[in-house]
Design a protein around this ligand. Sequence first.
Ligand code: SF4
Ligand code: SF4
Length: 106
Amino acid sequence: MQRRRFDPDLCLKCGTVDCIMRCQYIHLELDRAKEEHDRLVRGRMSSILHECVTCGNCVEACAMDKIKDKLVDVFIAARRDLVEEGRIPPGVRDLAEVVSASAGDA
Ligand code: SF4
Ligand code: SF4
């Protein structure tokens, strides 16, 4: 099954990166948020993947209908890609999934 991905045509031109700037779990200045999000869009490791708990709140922050409803799936797919490529330890993935489940229980 093909995994969902960030849309470079949208995200690399996004001036606000509101999905990150309005995240309650990730605290980055705008320039750094753009830099880290660009890394994700290009399939590279990003600190965002260590901190994202896949809560889904960024769905409300993103103004782009074409990507917003896919955001949680896209974050999960990006993390899985990097685990499979050996660029992120499985423990980080597992921890994120536990935290995500806890956030969902709140
Ligand atoms: S997901 Fe939405 S808010 Fe985030 S960079 Fe892409 S277009 Fe911008
Ligand atoms: S899914 Fe939640 S934790 Fe991850 S970037 Fe979006 S708002 Fe932040």
